[in-house]
Design a protein around this ligand. Sequence first.
Ligand SMILES: Cc1cc2nc3c(=O)[nH]c(=O)nc-3n(C[C@H](O)[C@H](O)[C@H](O)COP(=O)(O)OP(=O)(O)OC[C@H]3O[C@@H](n4cnc5c(N)ncnc54)[C@H](O)[C@@H]3O)c2cc1C
Length: 309
Amino acid sequence: MSKQENCDVLVVGAGPAGLTAGIYSSWLGLKTIVLESGIVGGRAWLAPKIENFPGFEQGIKGSDLVEKMSKQASRFNADIKINEEVIGLDLHDEVKKVISRRQNYETSALIIATGTQRRKLSVAGEADFLGRGVSYCAVCDGPFFRGSDVAIIGNGEEAAIDALFLADIARKVAVVTQEKEVDIEGTLLDRLQKKPNVEIIKGKVTEIVGQQVVGAVKIVEHESQQEALKEVKGVFISLGGVPMTAVVRNAGITTDRAGCLTVDRQQRTNVEGVFAAGDCTCGGMQVVTAAGEGAMAAMRASAYARKKL
Ligand SMILES: Cc1cc2nc3c(=O)[nH]c(=O)nc-3n(C[C@H](O)[C@H](O)[C@H](O)COP(=O)(O)OP(=O)(O)OC[C@H]3O[C@@H](n4cnc5c(N)ncnc54)[C@H](O)[C@@H]3O)c2cc1C
């Protein structure tokens, strides 16, 4: 791995936070590289419809929104590289070294925008039936369950969005809350309750069962404490995310007990010249807040990098 590239600002992650950071620092005239291990657009790419991002009064498909962000960053010459998983950081010197699976990079300022990874349900059957009925992505795998009965596990906004999406595809959708209460507010809850084929079950899934593929979930209802078997072909786990921060913790960047990167109001981490933005800081966990933090991080990172030029 001898190849090496240099830049002024390097961004890890091309979700809404990383893409916005890329737009800002390249627009400010800094040589910017954005490294992405998965899909350009991050988790927002999966959102069937984003109704709360300013400027799109009719809402916009997540993949369309992030494609616009990506094109905007490229227009200012940000270099967005895919299949570039960052596996190591060396932040001991003024010039920061970033190691991906393919090559090394050196940068004056670094922005971490690595988002979150799916929270596991941690019950028997979850790992065994992964890809055989168990999924963490309703938008990706939902169409395989057309006309079938499915369960969504989760009590938050993400579970509600997934349930609304699947209600138009599946025969019946059971939303199993896991927690005692539903944590879905406003119009989202109204829309969910109006769907005739959606049932909200206040209970806890204790096991996913089946033969070759998923056949049912075992649910213990919170109020009665009775266990029941609910026959479903698909189980969608929508429990939100945990920050993807293993690489940065190893490099000495401070996180809190939940693994969220600790930042100040200017998105600075504890390491000089290293900034963080978006869901990995556990801010608003929304596209608009990720974009806002990305913009702030890039403005500060650009000012920092300029001093080093
Ligand atoms: C189904 C669904 C619906 C949603 N609906 C809405 C909505 O309506 N409104 C709203 O505001 N929000 C919504 N969200 C939430 C929103 O998508 C997130 O808050 C937002 O994407 C966070 O942006 P981010 O850039 O911080 O992180 P992410 O979007 O998670 O992007 C992080 C990126 O970093 C990459 N990465 C991670 N580690 C590395 C590494 N080591 N090297 C290189 N790259 C790495 C990841 O592959 C990923 O692409 C929804 C999410 C989902 C899943």
